[in-house]
Design a protein around this ligand. Structure first.
Ligand code: GTP
Ligand code: MG
Length: 369
């Protein structure tokens, strides 16, 4: 039997039989790929050239099987999280899966956080949250895979902690694992954009092994998809809007009790009780907040969602879940986080409510900034 060929872009096993199924590659493309030494499947080809995503289904079981195998091997685990969506990008139970292997915690996408945020404070905050989740990272690093910042530090840390072992890069979908590995490949081998990346969840489909110079491997892995994240409920065009690509400009609002702030039509924030104070919205610059009276908010939403307040776009409103309300009593400076969308910082005591599409989490956390 010949050895299976895997797509260098997403890791899927290449097959030439069933179009539309995982790993499908037309015969001609396969031959060309074999000649050049880089075989890409049709899905990767479309994604890379036309930014067009073809849905395939990976189950959480596949992902858990992969995670389970991590504890059975001696390796360095690089856990990448999206610092814009920290809580949403922690893998539940990761500390149990990795066994005794060291974990290096990498907070990626630092380029979109406001510059006013001190890196040392951010790292400290990440360590605290990791400890709460039972994870004891050997070290913490902030990176921007997109801007290629801190790549030398990352490489040095990987070398320091891997001690001649394989390196597994793990994390939930869309945190930037593949983009990060592409930067490493670019720095060390000069090859650009080898692995397929995209703004859609579920890009990498199987392990991708990149040889290191001592015979070991740097391994990209598919990310688990968190169903409670906003990305799951939006169309492709809206996804582009909610994922911030540039440094977030915080928007400050002076609100009185009895006022409501809509984040596009995606989420809603009610200030129910408390003295007039400042509220700071940290969401993609492309999402426009709208202020209304709390007593009119239901009617306002029903009338304007898909129109004055978007996303969702008008043709997606019908499929968009209703907003569900979570109430919080605030004592200290707190962030109300809308999973995958961003957060609103509440600066003084009071009672507030956060609303998100049914299925999406709204949580509170100690203020980050
Ligand atoms: N702003 C910003 N965006 C980033 C950064 N790194 C990655 N991205 C973007 O995040 C999206 C997801 O990147 P990927 O590298 O495909 O993410 P992944 O973790 O490999 O995702 P899966 O393969 O689905 O598990 C892409 O649109 C990237 O351009 C970063 O440092 N900053
Ligand atoms: Mg990937």
């Amino acid at each position: 039997m010949t050895e299976a060929i895997h797509c260098i872009g997403c890791g899927a096993e290449i097959q030439t039989e069933i179009p539309g199924k995982l790993g499908y590659t037309p015969n001609g493309a396969l031959e060309k790929g074999l000649e050049s030494g880089e075989v890409y499947c049709q899905r990767c080809f479309r994604l890379r050239h036309y930014n067009d995503i073809q849905d395939v289904h990976l189950t959480d079981d596949d992902f858990l099987r992969l995670l389970n195998s991590l504890g059975q091997e001696e390796a360095l685990i690089v856990n990448v999280v999206d610092i814009f969506d920290f809580n949403g990008s922690l893998i539940p139970g990761l500390h149990r899966f990795v066994g005794n292997n060291p974990v290096l915690l990498v907070g990626n996408k630092v380029d979109i956080l406001p510059k006013s945020l001190k890196k040392s404070k951010m790292k400290q905050w990440m360590v605290e949250r990791a400890h709460e989740a039972g994870l004891r990272p050997v070290d913490v690093l902030l990176t921007s895979a997109k801007k290629a910042s801190e790549m030398e530090d990352l490489l040095a840390m990987i070398e320091k902690y891997r001690e001649g072992r394989n390196v597994y890069v793990v994390g939930v979908t869309n945190v930037g694992k593949s983009t990060l590995i592409n930067q490493i490949i670019k720095q060390t081998a000069g090859v650009q954009d080898l692995i397929t990346t995209s703004q859609f969840p579920g890009t990498t489909l199987d392990k991708i092994e990149i040889p290191l110079d001592d015979g070991h491997f740097l391994i990209d892995t598919p990310g688990i998809i968190h169903r409670h994240q906003m990305a799951h409920y939006l169309g492709k065009k809206d996804l582009r809007i909610i994922a911030p690509t540039k440094e977030i400009k915080p928007k400050i609002y002076q609100l009185n009790a009895g006022q409501t702030l809509f984040l596009g039509g995606l989420a809603r924030f009610d200030f129910i009780q408390g003295d007039k104070s400042s509220f700071i919205a940290y969401v993609s610059n492309d999402i426009e907040p709208h202020r209304t009276k709390l007593e009119n908010a239901d009617a306002f939403y029903a009338k304007h969602v898909g129109g004055l307040i978007q996303p969702p776009r008008v043709d997606e409103v019908a499929d968009f879940p209703e907003l569900i309300r979570f109430e919080f009593s605030i004592k200290e400076k707190t962030d109300i986080v809308f999973a995958g969308l961003g957060w609103i910082t509440v600066t003084s005591p009071g009672v507030v409510a956060g609303w998100a599409p049914k299925g999406v989490d709204v949580i509170r956390r100690k203020a980050l900034i």
